[in-house]
Design a protein around this ligand. Structure first.
Ligand code: FES
Length: 112
């Protein structure tokens, strides 16, 4: 039996103000992680889905970056308003949300 069925990694990297690459922390990633955890707990999924803060995932220009394993789905520009859809559509129903995926082929394992 797997320890967790899915992992959701939320970049919480913080860079100095004015840094050219920006950072997910300044775009509200901590609040996104907190809401993900709160909603998953409320839905009884806390023992199946693990949410973790990470350092930079090297997708800064697309942040807030959220990465879901084992599918390796990269979401970019994630906001608090996207959290429920990610949980309901992707985590519960197993349908990754195309419109939230990073629009860069480097982040899609089946594309070269
Ligand atoms: S700062 Fe979030 S991906 Fe780099």
């Amino acid at each position: 039996m797997k320890r967790f069925e899915k992992h959701i990694f939320v970049c919480e990297n913080k860079r100095p103000d004015g840094h050219p690459r920006g950072c997910c922390s300044d775009k509200g990633s901590k609040e996104i992680r907190t809401l993900l955890k709160k909603r998953l707990a409320a839905l009884g999924l806390k023992t199946k889905v693990r949410v973790n803060a990470t350092g930079c995932l090297d997708a800064c220009e697309f942040g807030v970056t959220v990465l879901v394993y084992p599918e390796q789905i990269w979401y970019g520009g994630v906001t608090l308003d996207d959290v429920e859809e990610i949980i309901q559509q992707h985590i519960i129903k197993g349908n990754p949300i195309k419109k939230l995926m990073i629009k860069d082929k480097r982040f899609h394992q089946n594309e070269e």
